[in-house]
Ligand binder design. Structure first.
Ligand code: PEP
Ligand code: MG
Length: 318
């Protein structure tokens, strides 16, 4: 009886799905970290700083204007800690502040935000951070504090770059607070402007550990379609051949240079695009918490197909 039990295989037990391509999760609110972790995600592929700020009613620019930089650093540490602690030792890619000017306007303290005719093409992401380096400095100081406490699972991801000089200047700011890019911490960027995708080799030459596709923006800028304008929403698709061509070319060039590739835009939750990305050899897909289990299954299915095809070829010797 005992011997028989040992040889019995329980076919009803479901093993956790393991995929070669990592499946990560996007986190916006520190409080949502636990739920995001419970999906079994392989890390956080996008931590949206501005949402954490917006949710807590914090206008970072106001802190700087009032000379309360230390307070801003502490608030950042407090929020980031909640995520990196839950996920430790899995990596969390912290994206530096990227809020279009209209987003903080409605908050108390946001009254002084400038009026822009088109905030999506305006003062946001790395452009604003390099104009107001105190914010970026505060973010790097917060990250350094966490690193010094042993949270080595943080990576820095810069938003909306369109020229390598922006990457170089951001690294200089990191160094000015004692944070050495690539040595102390992985340093990467979002690929979400067509310019950055087209000249990705120039960014690679500047030094990059990873890139992540921000397809929400990459699609809006490639197709010249405001992602928030319902009148043109029917034309908005990440499956447009021009967007796909940019994605494929960046993956190819990054793979050749040993730079890790990922996606954190909504296209990472769309089966037809995930299939193409996995086939192209993307390293990870980062999706919203609710989508993680479905994406994991989908990735497993695509990988199985790829492996079976490779096995078939090998067995048949052609
Ligand atoms: C993106 O542009 O795809 C992205 C993930 O960033 P956000 O949606 O925050 O602009
Ligand atoms: Mg974006």
């Amino acid at each position: 009886q005992d011997a028989q039990d040992e040889t019995t295989i329980d076919v009803t037990a479901s093993a956790p799905l393991i995929t070669v391509t990592d499946v990560k999760v996007n986190v916006s609110m520190a409080e949502a970290a636990q739920k995001a972790y419970a999906t079994g995600a392989d890390g956080v592929g996008l931590l949206r700083t501005e949402h954490m700020m917006l949710a807590t009613g914090i206008v970072p620019y106001k802190f700087i204007d009032e000379g309360r930089e230390d307070e801003l650093v502490n608030v950042l540490v407090e929020n980031i800690l909640k995520v990196v602690d839950v996920f430790y030792p899995k990596t969390v890619w912290y994206r530096t502040l990227d809020a279009p000017t209209d987003e903080f306007k409605t908050l108390e303290g946001g009254e002084n935000e400038p009026d822009e005719a088109n905030p999506m093409l305006g003062w946001r992401g790395i452009r604003r951070e390099l104009d107001q380096p105190d914010i970026l400095k505060a973010e790097f100081k917060a990250i350094k504090k966490l690193l010094d406490e042993g949270y080595t699972n943080i990576g820095v991801m810069l938003p909306l770059l369109h020229k390598p000089e922006e990457l170089r200047r951001a690294k200089e700011i990191a160094r000015s607070v004692g944070l050495e890019p690539h040595k102390d911490i992985d340093f990467g960027m979002m690929v979400e402007t067509p310019a950055s995708a087209i000249i990705i080799e120039d960014f690679i030459a500047e030094g990059l550990d990873f890139v992540s596709f921000g397809t929400n923006d990459l699609t809006q800028y490639t197709l010249a379609l405001d992602r928030n304008n319902e009148l043109v929403a029917k034309h908005y698709t990440e499956a447009h051949p021009a967007v796909l061509k940019l994605l494929m070319s960046v993956i190819e060039k990054c793979k050749a240079a040993g730079v890790t590739t990922s996606i954190c835009g909504q296209a990472g939750s769309k089966p037809e695009i995930v299939e193409k990305l996995v086939e192209a050899g993307i390293d990870s897909i980062s999706a919203n918490t609710d989508a993680v289990p479905t994406i994991r299954k989908l990735v497993a299915k695509v990988e199985k197909k790829i492996m079976l095809e490779a096995a078939k070829k090998a067995l048949k010797g052609n």
